[in-house]
Write a protein that binds this ligand. Structure first.
Ligand code: FS2
Ligand code: SF4
Length: 526
């Protein structure tokens, strides 16, 4: 096997025996086969118009191959078969043709992994960016939102991965992934806010009340809504976990009185946090870690998330098995007070672009009056590497007159800290899930407009943490927008070849994180 798509890849170069994430070599091989089949399907759209089924199959298939999504070989095999069937629908008889034209064949991923390192690097950026974007397109689709340009680009991008191309030809496609991902995140923002209202600030307790409860994790708000509906008046409380925390800010979700609070921290702590939990956990997306035997019977998956021998909730979204498990386990006998990693007993969320832009005048005034000296977007994924303490320390050391905007699961490193307020606004503002990077971009653009300058001229620094492929598409969006001097950690992607990394350093000033002290000094120009 060969896989180097995530930050924890073995030896910072690539997983070759089995995945650090728990993925077996067989699963990795099947995921390659699935990706090759998706490229074959994309190739078939070159001369045959894609259908709704084509798009859906591509989006599902790409989402399936994201880190910590599917460990289930049978589910991946079914996805490969579905992909071949979708191609057969576009080009009937193609699979059994005796004189293949070579235009619709599945792609052999070994060609990519063994390619010249710069071509491999650029194609990896395209492929991994498309995988991340597919998750966002999937969530939007669940709420009934689609965009033709986004859908078509999945075909275009996959086609490019399977085509012999030069660096000069591939580079624009890499940046186009960023451009289209901005549209995709905008689509999901629209889907979430039109479905559930504009997020407003919410204080979320970390206490779990006594009695039966369900922990729901991942990014899919539709799944949460359906679960809230199905658990109404059943004496079961619902707690968010990981990337589901921002759900507390959406008016149409927070109206459910049994949506009580948040349990636990970021994904990499799940094996410890779920071990003695007297409740089931529902995974709507990544990041799923292989469940330990001590709690495997309490793990439920849905959508494309899957693990062998755990109960999967299908498209009918009948959560009865999860509900029955919650009632059987009964929850805690007494209220349990949990804390975040810094000892805080509550967290805040809901500072999306709607909220921040509604007080934009106040923010601009505070900057002009010298009350706010700097903004930091400290955002991205969490993960297991010890070096990620950097982000906690960085936030703690930021000047008292600075604002920290954050999003995605990396915020659990510091979101229970109380760093005080500036002008009635908390110094740490959680803008939401990783896809809410869209909102952060809106805020940055609005600030730049207000000050009559470019985003790069604002007192705003991007300090990002990455782990999986959604971080890749977001990074490409920031590059597409011309954002410079991003600090990236905890380590740089293994799929950046030295030449491509040089290109990013020279053109965008990307730099790896060093120490909080050094980076703060550099970013504040001191
Ligand atoms: Fe965190 Fe995992 Fe959001 Fe990533 S829960 S690393 O999926 O997409 O962020
Ligand atoms: Fe390794 Fe990450 Fe790939 Fe898993 S997803 S096999 S940890 S590189």
């Amino acid at each position: 096997m060969f896989c180097y798509q995530c930050e924890q890849t073995a030896g910072c170069t690539g997983c070759t025996q089995s995945g650090v994430c728990g993925k077996s070599a067989d699963t990795a091989r099947l995921q390659d086969e699935l990706t090759g089949a998706l490229i074959g399907l994309a190739r078939a759209t070159e001369s045959n118009p894609a259908t709704q089924n084509t798009y859906q199959t591509i989006i599902e298939g790409l989402f399936t191959t994201i880190t910590n999504v599917s460990f289930d070989d049978d589910a991946i095999i079914r996805q490969i078969e579905k992909t071949h069937a979708a191609k057969e629908e576009l080009v009937p008889g193609c699979g059994s043709c005796g004189a293949p034209c070579g235009k619709t064949e599945d792609y052999d991923m070994q060609q990519l992994w063994n390619d010249n390192e710069d071509i491999r690097s650029l194609k990896s950026l395209i492929l991994f960016g498309l995988r991340g974007m597919a998750a966002y397109a999937y969530h939007a689709q669940m709420l009934g939102y689609q965009d033709d340009e986004v859908n078509d680009f999945f075909c275009e991008g996959l086609f490019k991965v399977g085509y012999e191309n030069t660096m000069e030809e591939l580079l624009p496609t890499v940046l186009k992934v960023g451009e289209i991902n901005l549209k995709c995140m905008a689509l999901l923002d629209k889907a979430n806010t039109e479905s559930y209202g504009t997020p407003t600030p919410a204080v979320v307790p970390l206490t779990v009340e006594k009695g039966p409860f369900i922990v729901v994790t991942g990014h899919d708000l539709k799944d949460l809504e359906l679960l809230l509906e199905q658990t109404k008046d059943k004496g079961i409380n619902i707690y968010t976990h990981g990337e589901m925390l921002p759900a507390h800010a959406y008016p149409k979700l927070k109206k459910y009185p049994h949506l009580k609070g948040n349990f636990g921290t970021a994904w990499q702590n799940q094996q410890k946090e779920f071990a003695n939990l007297p409740a089931p956990a529902l995974f709507t997306t990544n990041c799923l870690m292989p469940p330990k035997a001590s709690y495997a019977d309490r793990v439920f998956t849905t959508e494309v998330v899957a693990f062998p021998d755990t109960v999967h909730i299908g498209e009918d979204k009948d959560f009865t098995p999860v509900i029955e498990k919650a009632l059987e386990l009964g929850g805690f006998a007494e209220d349990m007070e949990f804390t975040g990693i810094n000892g805080g007993n509550k967290v805040q969320t809901g500072f999306g672009h709607g909220t921040i832009l509604s007080v934009a005048d106040k923010v601009v005034e505070a900057v002009k009056a010298g009350d706010i000296s700097h903004f930091f977007l400290v955002a991205g994924c969490d993960g297991a590497r010890p070096g990620r303490n950097y982000y906690t320390e960085f936030v703690k050391q930021t000047p008292k007159d600075s604002i920290i905007l954050t999003l995605a699961c990396g915020k659990y490193r510091f979101n229970d800290l109380d760093l005080g307020e500036i002008g009635g606004l908390p110094r740490i503002m959680d803008m939401g899930q990783c896809n809410d990077a869209y909102g952060a971009i809106q805020v940055a653009v609005a600030l730049a407009d207000a000050f009559g300058c470019g985003v790069n001229d604002l007192p705003l620094s991007f300090v990002l943490s990455w782990y999986e492929q959604k971080a890749v598409c977001i990074l490409l969006t920031l590059l597409h927008l011309g954002i410079k001097n991003i600090r990236l950690g905890p380590s740089l992607p293994a799929f950046l070849s030295p030449n491509i990394l040089n290109f990013l350093v020279e053109n965008y000033g990307i730099a790896p994180i060093t120490t909080p002290e050094e980076d703060l000094k550099a970013l504040l120009g001191k």
